[in-house]
Design a protein around this ligand. Structure first.
Ligand SMILES: N[C@@H](CCC(=O)N[C@@H](CS)C(=O)NCC(=O)O)C(=O)O
Length: 225
């Protein structure tokens, strides 16, 4: 089986980071196809995406050239294709909670996304903090704390061992890092554990090497930069 993962800029593309970290951390081999964001007429598009997806967004997983688009569909497909990797928690109650957490992440947290766009190579301490983004942050912290307390066990991740849920929250961890969001100890320890994952380190190192500047994702950059 041939797997190709089409992603965007590693510095900015939070949706792309999820399946990339999931596959890499689980040691599922894939070929990376990186496309770059392009800005035209005030909008953002992905250069060359037409070849891969009618939805025209990254990420896309090509399974023997057949596209699977949207990060949640990709995660479910990977879990189905590689049952031995146990990408979802084995315990049924933990699995239900992991699925709910991923779905909540997938469809919610608009203020956090909008005010604190992922930007791995930059630091904007304190930027983006509004009552709405603070509410999202508080909810993320409560969710992480509940997962850790109920299902973390001896491991350091949300459900102990690495799972889809950690891949889904990795971009949030990077946002908290970039904007220096202060969180309680249990959440900070979780952030540290995510940043220590080999796949996350690899993604971050590659993101830092990127030099493309995408204005739509840079609300806090100084003019002329
Ligand atoms: N829900 C989708 C969202 C994908 C998405 O919005 N991707 C952005 C980049 S991170 C994109 O491709 N934007 C280009 C566009 O909207 O034309 C997923 O989970 O994959």
């Amino acid at each position: 089986m041939k797997l190709q993962l089409v992603i965007g800029n590693k510095n900015y593309s939070s949706w792309s980071m999820r399946p990339w970290v999931l596959l890499r951390q689980a040691q599922i081999p894939f070929e990376e196809v990186q496309l770059k964001f392009e800005e035209a007429g005030g909008g953002l598009s992905v250069g060359g995406i037409d070849r891969y997806s009618k939805a025209k967004k990254v990420p896309v997983l090509l399974v023997d050239d057949e596209p699977v688009w949207d990060s949640l569909a990709i995660a479910e497909t990977a879990a189905e294709l590689f049952p031995d990797k146990k990408l979802w928690p084995e315990d049924a109650r933990a699995r239900r909670m992991a699925r709910s957490a991923c779905a909540e992440m997938h469809s919610g947290f608009q203020a956090l996304r909008g005010r604190m766009p992922m930007n791995i190579r930059s630091r904007y301490p304190g930027k983006g903090l509004t009552p709405e983004s603070q509410r999202d942050i508080d909810r993320v912290v409560a969710l992480w704390t509940e997962c850790r307390e109920r299902f973390g066990g001896a491991g350091s991740l949300l459900f102990g061992k690495f799972s889809v849920a950690d891949a889904f929250f990795a971009p949030v961890v990077m946002r908290f890092h970039a904007y220096d969001v202060k969180v309680p100890r249990v959440a900070q320890e979780y952030c540290d554990a995510v940043q220590a994952l080999a796949a996350v380190k690899e993604w971050v190192a590659a993101a830092r090497r990127e030099t493309d500047f995408v204005a739509a994702d840079e609300p806090y950059a100084q003019k002329g930069k």
